[in-house]
Design a protein around this ligand. Structure first.
Ligand code: UT7
Length: 337
């Protein structure tokens, strides 16, 4: 590819309603102590009735465009696994709400790896001159698909959206996406899933049990695979861009569980202070997780222009992916966290 995709804007949005661990403990058989020690999460943001993924994606997209100082892009990619409707994609509606009717717009469904897959897709479109600019949004409202009585998933997930603007640029400039590693293993389809509602169940002619219309996750199985695949994916992308682990200024992982992040850091030999974490304040926000973490690290001054950053994600599919980049000199525009 002749042209690099360069990050030139970052925006985020989380719904204003905060749900604390104590609020969950008042309705489920759980406790603030269990949630903090097993996940590191203290609170999460959750949408009110009537607010969908498309609304959050639009707010984050608007802020990313403002951060980049632009009003238009050539393509809008929305990474989500909680689309507004099973059909069509959410991205065209988001694009139109942003005043971008007419541009290419489509969704990428890779659950918690969605933002990395979306970045790679948009970088490919820029690298092959199909587009000069792109808006990549990671947005999810998992609160809308969780079983209200399932303590293992209710405590983990939060809602949110984060977005970046990409433009064509030079491989050596700050903000350039340098390399990607992407992978999947469909043998793990049942470990993270909403079993009903798709063509598999509808085509079977069997009416879905209500429980199967909700999100299911085999936490301990997913935990082990998350550590294994995120560390091996980071190693692969480092090899691709010829960086050593000690060259990385910041690893920005998908915020699944603080124990997963600590285990990845240990495996990679990266000190804890170089791993960006905000799972305590937002929980696991699925496709929004990595851009929300980037925005927090940018806002508190940790991310500086030119620093070497590796993003890594793991989730349903199973799927995983990592991206190596240098951080641009941008100011994120985002909601209060
Ligand atoms: O984002 C996509 C990728 N997702 C992830 O990476 C998530 C990965 N998995 C995890 O983060 C963790 O597995 C969980 C946080 C989901 C669960 O933590 P765990 O340490 O793996 O707990 P566990 O499922 O092994 O359960 C341990 C115990 C069980 O009780 P018993 O059988 O030992 O009596 C559970 O019933 O903890 C119980 N438990 C709870 N107790 C209080 C499970 N959830 C809760 C809860 N509150 N919310």
């Amino acid at each position: 590819m002749t042209r690099a995709a360069v990050i030139c804007g970052l925006g985020t949005w989380v719904p204003p309603r905060v749900v604390t661990n104590d609020m969950l403990a008042a309705e489920l058989d759980t406790s603030d102590e269990w949630i903090r020690t097993r996940t590191g999460i203290t609170r999460r943001h959750v949408v009110n009735p009537g607010v969908s993924t498309g609304h959050l994606a639009t707010e984050a997209g608007r802020r990313a465009l403002e951060s980049a100082g632009v009003t238009g892009v050539d393509v809008v990619v929305v990474a989500t696994s909680t689309p507004d409707r099973p059909c069509p994609a959410t991205a065209p509606v988001v694009a139109s709400r942003l005043g971008l009717s007419g541009v290419a717009a489509f969704d990428v469904a890779a659950v918690c790896t969605g933002f990395v897959y979306g970045l790679a897709t948009a970088a490919g479109l820029i690298g092959t001159s199909v587009a000069k600019t792109a808006l990549v949004i990671g947005a999810d409202t998992f609160s809308t698909i969780l079983d209200p009585g399932d303590r293992t998933t209710r405590v983990i997930f939060g809602d949110g959206a984060g977005a970046v603007v990409l433009r064509a640029g030079d491989h050596e400039e700050a903000g350039a996406l340098r390399g990607f590693d992407l992978g999947s293993d469909g043998r793990g389809v049942d470990l993270i899933t909403v079993p009903a509602g798709g063509s598999e169940q509808r085509g079977s002619g069997v009416t879905a049990e209500e429980a199967d219309t909700y999100f299911h996750m085999d936490g301990p199985q997913v935990f082990a695979r998350a550590v294994r695949h995120m560390t091996s994916s980071v190693r692969s992308v480092l090899k691709d861009v010829a960086w050593d682990a000690e060259d990385i200024d910041h690893v920005v992982p998908h915020q699944a569980n603080v124990r997963i992040l600590d285990a990845c850091a240990r495996e990679l030999g990266v000190s804890a202070d170089r791993v960006v974490k905000n799972v305590d304040r937002v929980g696991n926000t699925v496709a929004a997780s990595i851009p929300l973490a980037l925005a927090d690290a940018s806002a508190d001054g940790r991310l500086e222009a030119g620093q070497r950053v590796v993003l890594t994600g793991f989730g349903g599919g199973l799927s995983w992916g990592s991206a190596a980049l240098t951080w641009p000199g941008i100011t994120a525009v985002g909601g209060e966290r």
